[in-house]
Design a protein around this ligand. Structure first.
Ligand SMILES: [Zn+2]
Length: 398
């Protein structure tokens, strides 16, 4: 059985131990020691990283897991049973784990004070989340965050003690009941939180630094609170600062004016889009008026084939409809760059011509997709040239 050194000294990063097992499995090795300061993934907290040194051999520890008796260190090379090894735990990673985990206990206990109970916790690589049993407002969240930070800045002691499961029934301060049996490890955060937990915690709450709630969202009738602590809170601020500074610089304003400036830009853009639409409508009206003079006669039908450079599907449809309000006309219009938008329209009296089947015929020969009615049909993505379209349209009009 591995003696778990992190239980009683979560700040311990260097230790000496004896290899008691070394197993080979699927190209990798796992090693068990008589004692270890390496924390295995459990209770929502991720495993430590670090190295094991045996003489001149240094093997990185890539993963740490535990079963009922042993802590297993996944390593890249085998170690001899009986070897004395020096273990070194990755300090910054362990400190981060302690800051996030203790921060979570403190924040959960602060939410408890406003009757919002923590139902599950995730201590992630990037951010941590806790799921509350009820929805909390932004103001309630701010209140809990403020309270939690006060506990941090009080620099209260964090005590580790053990109790028998049977004795815990009478412990009213325990935040969540535990189903564990045997001796239970308790983390007592300076009278603020008492929890059964096997994780690595700070010695004093001040080491958490600060607790920053990054967001709250509704999840299954409750709330999911995303937060970061300690160094991650500082990094989160820096990241946000970088983004806002860059955005403010691009607008040549101070960060405080960012929201108001973006609102103004949005309003300006809307006004511009409105006036652009009006201008486009007027331009189309001119183009349609000019096209009115360009019909040629094929048999008894007035035919027009044209390419409107800038026109989108809507403008094409409007132009084709307008041009065919006069009897006896067949109009085929292309719009935009190739592959083009296409509109086909005929006047109401030309019942022998079916615009929809003409569009289908053009698409079958030149690509594109579309459809419509007998008097007006459209397509997009058509690879037809103006000459090819003229030939098809003329043939149809005869
Ligand atoms: Zn915990």
């Amino acid at each position: 059985m591995t003696t778990r050194l992190y239980y009683d000294d979560p700040g311990l990063l260097a230790f000496e131990a004896v290899v008691v097992a070394c197993e080979h499995e699927a190209g990798a090795w796992r090693v068990a020691l008589d004692r270890s300061a390496f924390y295995p993934t459990s209770g929502g907290q991720a495993h430590d990283l670090g190295v094991l040194r045996a003489g001149d051999t240094v093997v990185p520890v890539q993963d740490v897991s535990a079963d009922d008796t042993q802590v297993w260190h996944a390593v890249t090379a085998p170690l001899q049973i009986g070897d004395v090894v020096h273990g070194a735990v990755d300090g910054p990673r362990r400190r981060d784990a302690r800051q996030q985990h203790s921060g979570q206990h403190i924040l959960s206990a602060s939410f408890d004070l406003i009757e919002a109970r923590t139902q599950s916790v995730h201590l992630g690589e990037e951010v941590c989340t806790l799921d509350l049993h009820r929805e909390v407002s932004a103001a309630e969240c701010r209140h809990a965050e403020d309270h939690a930070n006060t506990i941090v800045w009080d620099d209260r002691p964090v005590a580790i003690r053990y109790a028998e499961a049977a004795d815990l029934a009478s412990e009213s301060r325990l935040r969540r009941p535990t189903t564990r049996t045997g001796p239970i490890r308790l983390i007592d955060i300076g009278g603020h939180d008492l929890s059964a937990c096997g994780g690595t915690h700070v010695h004093r709450t001040g080491e958490v630094g600060s607790i920053l709630v990054r967001g709250v969202e509704r999840v299954r009738g409750g709330s999911r609170v995303t937060f970061v602590c300690g160094r991650k809170a500082l990094e989160s601020y820096r990241e946000l600062r970088l983004v806002t500074d860059e955005a403010a610089r691009s607008l040549s304003i101070g960060p405080a004016l960012l929201a108001r400036s973006i609102e103004k830009l949005r309003d300006d853009l809307k006004a511009e889009q409105r006036s652009r639409r009006l201008l486009a409508d007027r331009l189309t009206a001119f183009e349609v008026a000019a096209l009115d003079a360009q019909f040629t006669t094929v048999g008894e039908t007035a035919v027009l084939v044209a390419h409107l450079g800038d026109a989108d599907a809507g403008a094409l449809r409007d132009a084709a409809s307008t041009l065919t309000t006069v009897p006896g006309r067949l109009v085929t219009l292309l719009g935009g760059p190739a592959p083009h938008a296409l509109a086909v329209a005929r006047s109401a009296d030309l019942v022998d011509i079916d615009a929809a089947s003409l569009v289908r015929e053009i698409c079958a020969a030149h690509g594109g997709k579309g459809g419509g009615r007998a008097d007006l049909a459209q397509a997009g993505g058509v690879g037809v040239s103006l000459d090819q379209l003229t030939a098809i349209t003329t043939r149809t009009a005869r």
